[in-house]
Design a protein around this ligand. Structure first.
Ligand SMILES: Cc1cc2nc3c(=O)[nH]c(=O)nc-3n(C[C@H](O)[C@H](O)[C@H](O)COP(=O)(O)OP(=O)(O)OC[C@H]3O[C@@H](n4cnc5c(N)ncnc54)[C@H](O)[C@@H]3O)c2cc1C
Length: 310
């Protein structure tokens, strides 16, 4: 099939209200840094109901597929993405509370899950409610903050395997570790999952959420586009402290800057290209290596063509 025929086949599968198919789609408006190139084909799904069929068509046609959530940890190189990107939309309606468990779909935003948990008087998810990602992205990354990680609250995760089979994975099978789970390495797509929390006091939970939101506002450069912490925490160190101690706050390549407010964040001050950001990442890695002998690994996911040898 040629591209038009593939699009026609996908349109036949997807009811209008459940999916949008865009050709040559800019990815800057869909990723945290607000930079980067275009995707050949972008399929935005409102939920995962037709995901299996869509993937089957794309794979049969030999089209490379990349699945994303909210794009808050994603940098697309300036040359863009060849093949198809599937963005799993923020279908917040698919969050269901039953007793101490919350059943969520992959596109549910952590903030929406956090609000539902608080409303139901369920404690244990406060750490995640300020992370601007979807459940799917947070499972892939084992996202964490303020002493909590997804691995502490997840009971099971439903995935689609590369062979199109649905599977439910236990926490053990997810093989969580720092900013890692088995999902990416096995090529799974997260469909949804179950979060298990404990009963708590609604007002106390809400007050803790406000407190952590305030902490984020005070310590993070939220007025600029970014993907949060650019680098992973190296064993025995803090990336932000190493970068700060190396005197790199404010260092700039084009429109990309090491934040003056939080050295762990690289921000787009307005007109950064993905290449600016990648060059700044490399410069920071080299300078921290020279100063302290520690090589910083990016935490952000870098995809697409062009520009860098990272
Ligand atoms: C201001 C700011 C603050 C942040 N603070 C934190 C923080 O405190 N802690 C933290 O851990 N992170 C933080 N982040 C980073 C980011 O929000 C998290 O990593 C988040 O979990 C990513 O979710 P996402 O939906 O945006 O994923 P995306 O960025 O869209 O994707 C991330 C990865 O997950 C994969 N993926 C996404 N959805 C699926 C799916 N359904 N199936 C298979 N693969 C999928 C993608 O292919 C990609 O590899 C922050 C980012 C910003 C911008």
């Amino acid at each position: 099939m040629n591209r038009d025929q593939i699009i026609q086949t996908l349109q036949n599968i997807l009811p209008m209200e459940e999916g949008q198919i865009l050709v040559n789609a800019p990815m800057d408006c869909r990723t945290g840094f607000r930079a980067g190139g275009k995707a050949d084909l972008l399929i935005v799904l409102q939920n995962c109901d037709h995901l299996g069929e869509v993937l089957q068509v794309l794979r049969q046609e030999g089209m490379p597929v990349f699945v994303m959530g909210n794009g808050s940890n994603l940098l697309v190189r300036d040359g863009g993405i060849r093949g198809a990107v599937i963005q799993i939309g923020k279908d917040a309606s698919q969050i269901r509370v039953e007793g101490e468990r919350i059943f969520v779909s992959a596109g549910a935003m952590l903030s929406a899950i956090g609000s539902k948990a608080a409303e139901a008087g369920l404690d244990g998810f406060v750490f995640a409610s300020g992370i601007p990602g979807t459940f799917g992205g947070a499972i892939v990354m084992n996202a964490g903050a303020y002493g909590g990680e997804m691995k502490d609250v997840v009971e099971s995760v439903d995935v689609l395997t590369p062979q199109g089979e649905k599977k439910t994975l236990s926490v053990e099978e997810l093989d969580f570790s720092y900013r890692h789970s088995v999902i990416a390495q096995k090529g799974y797509v997260v469909l949804g999952g179950v979060i298990h929390l404990q009963k708590g006091d609604k007002e106390q939970i809400r007050s803790q959420m406000r407190e952590l939101a305030e902490k984020r506002r005070n310590s993070q450069p939220l007025q600029y586009p970014s993907c949060g912490s650019t680098f992973k925490r190296p064993a025995g160190f803090f990336a932000a402290k190493l970068i700060d101690d190396a005197g790199l706050k404010g260092l700039q390549v084009g429109g990309a800057q090491v934040s003056e407010k939080h050295a762990g964040f690289i921000v787009n001050t307005g007109n950064a290209t993905a290449t600016d950001i990648l060059q700044l990442i490399r410069l920071v890695q080299e300078k921290v290596q020279q100063a302290f002998g520690v090589w910083l690994e990016p935490e952000i996911r870098i995809v697409g063509e062009d520009g860098s040898t990272l």
